[in-house]
Design a protein around this ligand. Structure first.
Ligand code: ATP
Length: 294
């Protein structure tokens, strides 16, 4: 008890169960997230820097981009797991999905007001809240702009210390350009681990800004550069899918033969059609296939 109290007063961040364990995060990402060296590095660095600052000047805003099934939602849940004592069960982690929460275009004004109040209310209760916005490329543009006052360094939101919050935006936008860069590296026989943010960042921003269905389209969030880190997720190679299959089989406590793993791999779709370099669905359908095949 004493040690934990000391830790809390020293770091000043045990409020609302916020107990980041970033070494554990780093280990779990290295062990469980396959083929995403760039995303893992960027997230760990950004979060470390953020939580080690007593009074951050703005909230941490991360934007995850990449092909389906590449691990965007998975990584965000591992991050949350290691930020709070009770992980994803912590009530100060809030998930938003356009289909669930903002389904009807005619209600945009209502959604905006509800969202603004929800964020403000929750930040008043707990400044160390995390807000995760899924499928940003299906969000009606405009809704997300109500977040602008909460994301920047210079606004004051009365009664809240909004600067300690973490916002994560997830979308497939930019997936095509990320895939193209990864494919070019593969064709040039360059190591995938050589891909750096500078190879992708501006192309992703351009892709997002030119997608009218994206929640960031014409948004002040992009125009005012309120995103701290753009986090690209690379398309997964068959070797990564193999790792996902093995992990899933182990989790389900199923015995597996190499032949069966190969059959699952053979049953997936890869692109480009002639070269079959990357999985079209990433690891997304692996869990159900493992249950079916093993
Ligand atoms: N890079 C990865 N390493 C390990 N497991 C992965 C990876 N990518 C995906 N998975 C597995 O596949 C499941 C689905 O992935 P996830 O939901 O994170 O994909 P996503 O990128 O968010 O896809 P979408 O864009 O369709 O929402 C995860 O729960 C995880 O088990």
């Amino acid at each position: 008890w004493e040690l934990s109290a000391l830790h809390c007063s020293f770091y000043n961040f045990c409020e609302c169960g916020f107990r980041p364990n970033l070494n554990a995060l780093e280990c779990e990402l290295a062990r469980s997230v396959f083929g995403q060296h760039l995303a893992c590095d960027l997230v760990v660095k950004a979060v470390k820097q953020f939580v080690e600052t007593d009074s951050p000047t703005k909230p941490l805003v991360l934007s995850f981009h990449g092909w389906t099934g590449s691990g965007k939602t998975f990584l965000s849940s591992l991050l949350v797991k290691h930020l709070y004592k009770d992980g994803t069960r912590n009530p100060h982690v809030h998930y938003f999905s356009p289909i669930l929460h903002f389904a009807h275009a005619q209600n945009v004004e209502l959604y905006k007001e509800d969202l603004r109040q929800w964020i403000q209310g929750n930040l008043t209760q707990c400044s160390r809240s995390v807000f995760v916005f899924e499928e940003m490329d299906k969000m009606h543009p405009g809704i997300i702009d109500v977040l602008v006052p909460f994301l920047g360094p210079s606004w004051v939101v009365y009664g809240t210390n909004y600067r300690k919050a973490i916002f994560i935006f997830i979308s497939n936008a930019g997936g095509d350009v990320i895939n193209q860069v990864a494919l070019d590296f593969w064709r040039d026989r360059k190591d995938r681990e050589e891909i750096q943010l500078r190879h992708l960042q501006s192309a992703i921003s351009i892709a997002v800004m030119s997608t009218p269905e994206h929640g960031f389209w014409k948004s002040q969030i992009m125009n005012q550069s309120l995103i701290d880190v753009i986090v690209p997720f690379l398309p997964l190679r068959p070797s990564h899918i193999r790792q996902c299959i093995q992990k899933e089989a182990e989790q389900q406590e199923l015995e597996y033969e190499e032949d069966t793993v190969q059959s699952i791999l053979n049953n997936l779709v890869y692109f480009p059609e002639d070269e079959k370099v990357f999985s079209s669905t990433g690891c997304k359908t692996v869990s159900s296939r493992v249950s079916y095949f093993l």
